[in-house]
Design a protein around this ligand. Structure first.
Ligand SMILES: NC(=O)N[C@@H](O)C(=O)O
Ligand code: NI
Length: 177
């Protein structure tokens, strides 16, 4: 029996494997929130506590204010098809994991709507948070392995603060090799 012909009008998805999240690689998109030895840190509370200071530029925009929420994300299944991206043009958005599990971060630079080839896919550790700078394109929360909670710091205020686009090609995130 002959194999079914592939539909000519549906492009083959772009297959990617996530890269490790590092502050340097993520710098074009925002901040990595983590207790690292290369950040400004100092002992407080009589030496009982180390303060890792001022790790992310929380930006609620000129007429917004920062709010703190918890997102409880259901785990995604790999391979995962990235078909859409969103951005928050009026403010930044930070995710700090509370469940200690890794998660995926998919981003593209702020500005014109990205093509599939413009996407960067990162695997964040459970002790790394991220802060999307204002207008940075990203995929909504991508928890892995189990239901995971994240502290989310983003903007409340007037105005439309979420633009969504459909990608020109599907980006299929493969399991780590
Ligand atoms: N809708 C919503 O607040 N979540 C997204 O912004 C997201 O990045 O997960
Ligand atoms: Ni978002």
């Amino acid at each position: 029996m002959n194999a079914l012909p592939l539909r000519a009008d549906v492009p083959e998805p772009r297959h990617v494997v996530a890269e490790a999240l590092t502050p340097e690689a993520f710098a074009p998109f925002g901040d990595v929130i983590a207790a690292r030895d290369d950040v400004r840190r100092f002992a407080i509370n009589g030496g009982n506590t180390m303060r890792y200071h001022d790790l992310a530029k929380i930006d609620p925009g000129p007429d917004g204010h920062a709010i703190v929420s918890i997102f409880r994300g259901e785990p995604r299944t790999l391979p995962f098809p990235v078909e859409m991206m969103e951005r928050h043009p009026l403010g930044s958005q930070a995710f700090v994991p509370m469940s200690g599990r890794p998660y995926l971060v998919v981003v593209a630079p702020a500005g014109d709507p990205p093509a599939a080839e413009d996407l960067r896919v990162f695997l964040a550790r459970g002790d790394q948070g991220i802060n999307y700078a204002r207008g940075v394109w990203h995929h909504p929360l991508l928890a892995l392995d189990a239901v995971c909670d994240f502290v989310v710091i983003d903007r409340a205020g007037n105005g439309h603060n979420c633009d969504e686009i459909t990608l020109d090609e599907v980006v299929l995130i493969e399991p780590p090799r």
